[in-house]
Unconditional design. Sequence first.
Lengths: 109, 113
Amino acid sequence: QKEVEQDPGPLSVPEGAIVSLNCTYSNSAFQYFMWYRQYSRKGPELLMYTYSSGNKEDGRFTAQVDKSSKYISLFIRDSQPSDSATYLCATVNDYKLSFGAGTTVTVRA
Amino acid sequence: DVKVTQSSRYLVKRTGEKVFLECVQDMDHENMFWYRQDPGLGLRLIYFSYDVKMKEKGDIPEGYSVSREKKERFSLILESASTNQTSMYLCASGTGTAFLEQFFGPGTRLTVL
């Protein structure tokens, strides 16, 4: 079983819509959860991370962790064409990052 | 700004060739990583290094080796390239015990014919 499973997408939304991205993880001991963003022909970059359960907000981005259901979510409000990218969830396991497969998002102008 | 550079953006090699992928970081990071990225599989860790001359196997080390002779440079070696090693290879670096934030290079698209 993969440590992190991610909804495969792709996702296409109109500008201004809310984007919802989801992952599940297998090990209840995981504590840190990250979201990376990867633009086309670039390496991933850390968008935000959360520790344990709850929400974290950064501008238009909100990361949410529900430890009871082992669910990780990222919401993008008022989406912009510049948000078009692949989003990867990740968690830390034994000092290694385990990534989901990524969801490609296209925001249509 | 942290910069991680990789020696080539695109590389085409033949089956059986020895292939070297080079990665250099300029932020004095202790930790360096090599991943491969394939559609539907995401990023998978091949090897990582937490210090010069130190290395640890990741999830898919078979067919690969690494070398870290200097802190800023981490090399991935394919001893005898095979077609199933056609992939995007990403190098990353990070600092300290917080493996949360890793800084990635732009990737090398390797095609093995």
